[in-house]
Write a protein that binds this ligand. Structure first.
Ligand code: SF4
Length: 965
């Protein structure tokens, strides 16, 4: 079917031939104009000058005496007048959301040529309504106004009403002041320009065209209507409406509501070529996808299939295909999903500045400045903001290895606040880590940074030879984002200086965030080649053979969000302003018109119902199915929802793995610890990843003392206390004396913090804030341990933190290297205790040795396996005849005298001599190690995968528990 714009081009060239060059064609958007020129050039048979091609908005600007004012200027001007009129002072950033609403409302008031004085009036008495609002309002309109004020009275009834009326009463003055101010500067907002042109139209506009042809419009505002009427009356206007689709002729379809009277009022002078034969609806496929981003992936499959079937004739000739994105958030996922063979790609859509990747970076910069801390002459930066900045892709471009070294250093030394001088490892970072004093400095700072980022991105693109890769398309977009941010900040700076507005840095960043939420970047790609990616508004007047629409969800297409307005619905109806009905009608028209001439239509929607998503498909789908009875092929794309065990991972012991395992054999360089063996029993795969491949979790900066560090500090303090008394009998009085010696305990605690938390063992320091409080808790635990130990006196303290390394035969051929760290060894009445301190909730009873190695057992006693392994190693190492008693100090139980025990219970009796279980323990222990080193036994996942258990705190969960696709 011939595209609508092609039909118009043909009709005009047929009728006017070369005279067409003296005409102006007015379209709803620029892209439609460019396509029109292309269709025209396809049919002309000799060189002619191109006719003028413009948009409605540009036509009004061309005819106006006013220049459009930019958005930031408008907000500032409005704010100045508002501050004069409003008794309650608001800061500019607080005012921005209200300012945006007011500008929308004033724009509407002017486009619909409403009498602002009448609208923004305060009715004290309902009787006033009839006398105030006579002609030109109809009785129906007046009844809407009456309804509003009737419901609103009495005015002082609630705070909300009082606030509303206070604001309402200044609106007319505000509107007038803003307009006068702008007019004095020969400027205007769009609505003001529209109104000014419409009001002057009758008295004479200078028109440089013989004819003005309006093409592809739909709903008109009063100013447009007024100008078109005047031009029609003067015999120089012509109109073409794209309303041929049967669905657009249907009077019950909202899409036709506003179109019908327009077609009647503004008829076409030329007859467009009749569309041949019976109308055939396009093939429509509806695809439900359980993810927003998944729709982009599905789109990739559709594009592949279209290429395979020649519906896209060649990857470079995808101009017949449009991907429509009602939700702009899907733009970047979509770019990444487009098959690399398809090129070029053209993007035409608005993209809100605050949704861009650079906005995310600015948020972190704002956070960075918010959390700086002065320290003498220097400034300290908070590690969280610093680390998020250092991991930012833009910053990584400026010197990845230097940045990674800096990141490691911060993590390794647990630096919470980092001095400025340590951070400037690249020129970009030197500019970033600077404290800001005021908004002026913040403007210059951001402008410098954005310019530097732009350079980094340019260099990155130059390094990439494939110009058409999706990465390059994304980088091009990112450069565009940075450029528009730069423009906005530069403008903001200029306006702040002109108006001598001062603000602090935090307010400046807040203001910038609010301002950018209202700024949309207009992407305008080269539209005459390549695959088209478009917003809904950009599809106006264009036709494509293949149309793929994403986010066909109710609330997104049609959009549910209405521009915020202070003008209540009934007053909008009363004054004939646009309402939600206009919006519904406009979007219905966009949809039905777009699919009218397509051959294939793919509608994708998100089926999820969690969070804000309703999973509901757009009303247009229901309408097509049940009202128009169109055949729709429906498919549900099933991405498996995360199940407990989604992906089976089995790692066979191949040559490489065996070579790594051999490193644990006698003569090798690796030692097996108790925790490695416990890891294997819990999950062989986790053992493989951690102890064969040596993948490690990133050691993050811990701001507070976590359980692990708490345990290490406690160990360290106990070690320092007892190290001084090692070897000699310990009496109760000595322990009592230490308990009372707070000075020494404090020194031990500070040293333990320096070693285990600050990682600066040479520089112990006084604790402050939260660390001081943790130190005091540790002091209590230490004193309680000493009190408990007093009951044991006299005893001999043998050693702390004893490291044992040995070779252990697991069968006749193989010896495995083992290592252990024994927290404490002491001796009482000839019995040697092997003590392990535990800060967790370990249990100290068990039934038999076998269950310590049982992979299926959920609540396996890991701590007991560990301390028995140490007992075995001490037995082999020291060859003592003394009984060896394993013991576990559970720090959490220290203050529960009934529960606190240190001896381990096997069955009903205490295990006070390891020799009782030695044989059986060795048998099970060796069996376990034989399995680890058995070349025929692969590493498999935990017996409890997906359950609340090992996977819930495993660093590799993202590998095992991700969807298998
Ligand atoms: S996620 Fe579970 S199965 Fe996978 S390695 Fe970790 S513990 Fe093992």
């Amino acid at each position: 079917m011939k595209p609508f714009l092609g039909q118009v081009a043909e009709a005009f060239y047929r009728e006017y031939n070369r005279d067409i060059q003296n005409m102006a064609f007015v379209f709803p958007n620029r892209r439609a104009g460019i396509f029109f020129k292309k269709y025209l050039s396809d049919i002309i048979d000799g060189p002619i000058f191109s006719p003028t091609v413009t948009t409605v908005s540009d036509l009004f600007i061309q005819l106006s005496e006013l220049q459009p004012a930019d958005h930031i200027y408008l907000l500032f001007s409005l704010y100045r007048h508002y501050s004069d009129l409003c008794p309650q002072k608001e800061s500019f950033d607080e005012f921005v959301p209200l300012g945006e609403t007011l500008l929308n409302d004033f724009d509407d008031v002017d486009k619909y040529m409403v009498d602002a004085r009448q609208l923004f009036t305060n009715i004290h008495d309902l009787k006033e309504i009839d006398s105030r609002f006579g002609s030109p309002l109809t009785e129906e309109q007046i009844s809407y106004i009456r309804r509003f004020w009737k419901n609103f009275m009495p005015i002082g009834e609630s705070d909300n009403k009082s606030h509303f009326i206070t604001l309402w009463e200044i609106l007319y003055s505000l509107y007038e002041r803003l307009r006068n101010d702008l007019r004095n500067n020969s400027m205007g907002y769009e609505g003001m320009i529209f109104r000014e042109v419409a009001e002057r139209a009758d008295t004479g506009l200078i028109l440089p065209y013989q004819k003005i042809v309006f093409v592809g419009l739909n709903v008109l505002n009063r100013a447009e209507e007024s100008l078109m009427k005047t031009l029609k009356k003067n015999g120089i206007a012509d109109f073409y409406w794209d309303n041929n689709a049967p669905t657009l002729q249907d009077e019950y379809n909202r899409a036709s509501y506003f179109l019908k009277p327009n077609v009647k009022e503004f008829p076409s002078l030329l007859q467009l070529e009749k569309e041949q034969g019976n109308y055939v609806y396009p093939d429509i496929e509806l695809l439900g996808v359980p993810s927003a981003v998944g729709q982009a992936k599905q789109c990739e499959i559709i594009l592949q299939e279209l290429m395979k079937s020649n519906a896209i004739p060649a990857p470079q000739k995808a101009l017949n295909t449009a991907i429509v994105l009602p939700d702009e958030h899907l733009l970047l996922p979509m770019l990444y999903a487009i098959p690399s063979t398809i090129s070029p790609i053209n993007i035409t859509m608005g993209y809100t500045l605050s949704n861009t990747t650079v906005a995310g970076l600015l948020d972190i910069l704002a956070d960075l400045q918010k959390h700086t801390r002065p320290n003498g002459d220097e400034t300290l930066f908070y590690h969280r903001s610093v680390l998020s900045l250092l991991s930012n892709r833009y910053l990584q471009l400026s010197g990845q290895s230097a940045i990674n070294r800096l990141t490691d250093d911060i993590r390794k030394h647990n630096k919470i606040f980092i001095p400025q001088k340590e951070l400037g490892v690249t020129p970009l970072l030197r500019r970033i880590f600077v404290p800001l004093k005021n908004a002026d400095e913040a403007c210059d700072y951001l402008l410098d940074l954005l310019a530097m980022l732009q350079e980094e991105l340019n260099a990155d693109t130059t390094d990439n030879p494939d110009e058409n890769s999706p990465e390059i398309s994304v980088i091009a977009l990112e450069r565009e984002f940075i450029y528009h941010y730069y423009l906005s900040i530069n403008r903001l700076k200029g306006i702040m200086q002109e108006n001598r507005i001062e603000m602090n840095v935090a307010t400046f960043f807040k203001l910038l965030k609010k301002l950018t939420a209202g700024i949309s970047i207009p992407f305008e790609g080269e539209p005459l080649s390549g695959l088209q990616i478009m917003g809904v508004l950009e599809t106006r007047a264009l036709d494509f053979e293949n149309v793929i629409i994403l986010s066909m969800n109710e609330g997104i297409f049609p959009v549910k969000k209405v521009a915020s307005s202070l003008i209540p619905y009934n007053l909008r109806k009363g004054f004939d302003l646009s309402t939600t009905e206009h919006q519904d009608s406009i979007y219905a028209y966009y949809f039905y018109r777009l699919i009218h001439r397509a051959k294939r239509v793919f509608l994708l929607y998100d089926t999820r119902t969690e969070d804000m998503a309703s999973g509901e498909v757009s009303r247009y789908v229901y309408q097509m199915k049940y009202h128009y009875r169109l055949p729709i092929e429906e498919k549900m794309i099933g991405y498996p929802i995360m199940a407990k065990k989604i992906r089976d991972i089995v790692v066979p012991k191949d040559k490489y793995v065996i070579s790594q395992l051999l490193r644990y054999h006698k003569g090798g360089d690796r030692y097996l610890s108790a925790s490695a063996i416990n890891t294997y029993i819990t999950c062989p795969l986790q053992f493989y990843l951690s102890y064969v491949e040596k993948f490690q979790e990133i050691d993050d900066v811990s701001e507070g003392v976590d359980a692990g560090v708490f345990g290490s500090i406690y160990h360290s303090v106990m070690q320092q206390i007892y190290d001084r008394m090692t070897g000699s009998p310990i009496q109760a009085e000595s322990l009592k004396a230490i308990e009372k010696d707070d000075k020494h305990i404090t020194a031990f605690i500070e040293q333990a913090f320096a070693e285990n938390y600050f990682k600066t063992p040479q520089k112990p320091k006084a604790l402050t804030g939260q660390n001081y409080l943790v130190g005091e808790v540790i002091r209590k635990y230490v004193k309680k341990t000493l009190e408990i130990d007093r009951a044991l006196t006299p005893f001999t303290y043998l050693t702390s933190e004893r490291e044992i390394k040995q070779s252990h035969a697991i069968d006749t051929d193989r010896e495995i290297l083992l290592k252990g760290f024994i927290d404490r060894m002491d001796m009482k009445d000839g019995k040697i205790r092997i003590v392990d301190y535990k800060t967790g909730k370990d249990k100290i009873d068990f039934r038999n040795i076998e269950e310590l190695f049982d992979k299926e057992k959920k609540d396996r006693r890991k701590a007991i396996m560990q301390v028995l392994m140490y007992a075995m190693m001490v037995t082999d190492e020291d060859h003592l005849s003394n009984p060896i008693a394993p013991a576990i100090y559970r720090v959490q139980e220290l203050f529960s005298p009934q529960k606190f025990r240190v001896d381990i219970k096997m069955g009903f009796s205490s295990l006070d001599d390891y020799a009782q279980v030695d044989q059986e323990f060795r048998k099970e222990f060796d069996k376990c190690l034989q399995e680890i080193f058995n070349p025929d036994m692969p590493f498999v996942q935990s017996a409890h995968i997906g359950e609340d258990g090992p996977c819930s705190y495993c660093a590799f969960a993202s590998i095992c528990l991700q969807s298998a696709q």
